[in-house]
Write a protein that binds this ligand. Structure first.
Ligand SMILES: Nc1ncnc2c1ncn2[C@@H]1O[C@H](COP(=O)(O)OP(=O)(O)OP(=O)(O)O)[C@@H](O)[C@H]1O
Length: 256
């Protein structure tokens, strides 16, 4: 996980003012049959020390609404690179990425930022919470950054913390919470602005198996209640069992 996804915080993922909160559950349900995201023949190469490093070599993939999709593969196989492309944090060298009707591979930085800000929530292995803010304030900050009207903050923050089972700890700061609880705050933060897609890079890697299982149970619950699609990377074979679909990456390609 050497690339951009890991280095960026959730805050950086929201950086341009725009109209928030226009998603509706009903419009998502109408679109259940069509893919939320389509990746066609995507390649990503980097120039490293004067040499071309081909990291992704013709990826084909689809994310359908309300799916829990996992990417597995050895370290360095290209999972984070792909997640960065899906999230509009980076552009493919070749190929197409369609997010609903938006051609992400042709979008400007600003256009991709707007799509990200409205439609995508990010979850990181290391939680990316503000250490001096309480759980409640961390989630509130996500809404503030997303430009959601202040009048909606209280209800939405309470709802999101309730969804992840942290209502009783809403006034705790991150250091007063366990790793699993911190990750649940990060999930509440990621869903607060009602994205349609959650991207999570090894969200359970820092957690023991019991806490990892709790996170997966929270993921299942928010797919149902918040009508989101989740795409995550993992190395953990026990977690792979709960996926709707698993893509295995070997050296920049999916194997079946
Ligand atoms: N911006 C970049 N510049 C140069 N090389 C990069 C860049 N981003 C990623 N790479 C290289 O691409 C390869 C794949 O990296 P990536 O982080 O996508 O793998 P990964 O499957 O997520 O690994 P891990 O499971 O360890 O997180 C690595 O060799 C990495 O060094």
């Amino acid at each position: 996980m050497t690339s951009w996804f890991r280095k960026r915080s959730t805050l950086e993922a929201f950086s341009v003012e725009e109209e928030p909160f226009s998603n509706s559950t009903s419009s998502r349900i109408i679109g259940l049959q069509s893919p939320l995201l389509t990746v066609r023949d995507v390649h990503r190469s980097f120039q490293v020390g004067g040499q071309q490093l081909d990291v992704l070599k013709g990826i084909e993939m689809e994310l359908r609404p309300l799916q829990l999709v996992m990417l597995k593969g050895r370290s360095g196989s290209g999972k984070t690179t792909l997640l960065n492309l899906i999230g509009g944090l980076d552009l493919p060298t070749k190929g197409e990425i369609l997010f609903q009707e938006h051609a992400i591979h042709h979008s400007s930085d600003d256009e991709r930022t707007l799509i990200r800000r409205k439609e995508i929530g990010f979850i990181f292995q290391s939680y990316a919470l503000m250490p001096l803010l309480s759980a409640w304030e961390n989630v509130e900050l996500a809404l503030r950054m997303a430009g959601v009207p202040r009048s909606q903050w209280k209800e939405r923050v309470n709802h999101c913390l309730d969804l992840v089972g942290l209502s009783k700890r809403m006034h705790h700061r991150p250091y007063e919470l366990s790793g699993g609880e911190q990750q649940r705050v990060a999930i509440a933060k990621a869903i607060a602005h009602r994205p349609s897609l959650i991207l999570a890079d090894e969200p359970t890697a820092e957690l023991d198996s019991q806490m990892g299982a709790q996170i997966m149970s929270v993921f299942r619950s928010i797919i149902a209640t918040e009508q989101v699609t989740i795409c995550m990377t993992t190395h953990d074979p026990t977690i792979l069992e709960v996926a709707d679909h698993v893509y295995e990456m070997v050296d920049g390609r999916f194997v079946t």
